[in-house]
Design a protein. Sequence first.
Length: 171
Amino acid sequence: MKKVFYLCLMLASIITNTGCLKDDPYTAYADGEPLITVPNSNWPVMQQQPDDSLFSASAAKDTLLLYVEFSWNKTKDGELKVTFQKDSSLIADFNSKWRTNYIELPADKYQAPNLTAIIPAHSRRASIPIVVFPNTMNISNNYMLAYTVVDAQGIVIASTYKSMLFPMKAQ
């Protein structure tokens, strides 16, 4: 009887202790090779769509920040230029995946004159300000801007942390 009890106890222990093996691991990029990431990247997304940035329709302007990060256990001795590119195809992909109807924010409703972020020497992060003009937006439309890292001076760009979507609405 004791053997059956210990066998059942051991089986129960094995079954309950394997639950942690099903967790998705956190990818720590700092220990591998130098890598460029968008730390708050929200595309591709697996479970839910990103929340809209809501702006007051009476506001003349507001600012969104497009972040980029140098992920490694050391910082770079010199400055690092990281270039983004507007990526309209991501908006179409997003609409297709989530069955939504976001439209690309027209060029006259925002300002992003420079899509190159400069990460200073001995730093890890930089951002590009994108100024939006909510008072020019139609309140019945859902808008979106999408950007992807395209160049990082030869540093590897993370394949799943290189894009950022900015869904937005004026209300």
